[in-house]
Design a protein. Structure first.
Length: 252
């Protein structure tokens, strides 16, 4: 168990599957209350049914690239939680396209969700944290792709590089307000998003060739990192990018 998470209100965008859903479960285990959002109504209802038997979880369908839907999500989350103490800014998309084949619509959609959405949700929550003067924690989802280029992911790499720089700038400006800001940089994790991009054989080959620990990550690995950074155990970690990749970025 992490210190300081019991009773906290945790808002999670992209919280209905994969890393986000695992993170919601982890914060519930820590004694927090959670409110999640996802872009698919059926998935939101399914996640809420899975999370909410104890009454400490709720959710709403929201597209984080749309300012009015972000406002509705944050307001509903605040109403359910009482206060947003922790934001897990986790929503994102990924797909493959060679740079010379990458169309503007795909580029725009990726930036709109992965970077614009990250900004919109963080700003809406930070405004509320500033208003009551009690501070809080904002954790953004970046990626190891923020730290280096990967072929066929120019749009994704650019969006996650933007998240890294957004996180650093937020840390500089929001730290004096008592708002801690960090980001996570996971490597290759077994999620529905990645299963749409590769099959199990490709997962195994990638792990053998590029991950020194010899396996791909689990959503629970990233959820644990989120919980740590949100906790009092990380009270002096600010403006950082925590890599969770099994040694992937250590390989030359």
């Amino acid at each position: 168990m992490m210190r300081g998470l019991d009773g906290k209100g945790v808002l999670i965008s992209g919280g209905t599957s994969g890393i986000g859903l695992a993170t919601a479960k982890r914060f519930l285990e820590e004694g927090s209350r959670v409110f999640v959002a996802g872009v698919d109504e059926v998935e939101v209802k399914s996640a809420c049914a899975e999370l909410s038997p104890n009454g400490r979880a709720g959710g709403l369908r929201a597209d984080v690239s749309l300012e009015e839907e972000v406002a509705a999500f944050v307001a509903a989350g605040e109403s359910f939680l009482g206060r947003v103490d922790v934001l897990i800014n986790n929503a994102g998309v990924a797909d493959k396209a060679k740079f010379l084949d990458l169309d503007a619509a795909t580029w725009d959609r990726t930036i709109a969700i992965n970077l614009r959405g990250m900004f919109l949700v963080a700003r809406a929550v930070a405004e509320r944290m500033q208003a009551d003067g009690r501070g809080g924690v904002i954790l953004n989802m970046a990626s190891t792709n923020a730290l280096g280029g990967e072929e066929e992911f120019a749009h994704y790499n650019a969006s996650k590089g933007g998240v890294l720089q957004l996180t650093r700038t937020m840390a500089v400006e929001l730290g004096p307000l008592g708002i801690r800001v960090n980001c996570l940089c996971p490597g290759f994790v077994d999620t529905p998003l990645n299963r749409a991009l590769a099959n199990q054989e490709e997962f195994a080959e990638y792990a053998r060739a590029r991950i020194p620990l010899g396996r791909v990550g689990r959503p629970e690995d990233v959820a644990a990192a989120y919980a740590f950074l949100a906790s009092e155990d990380a009270s002096f970690i600010h403006g950082a990018a925590l890599v969770v990749d099994g040694g992937q970025t250590a390989v030359m």
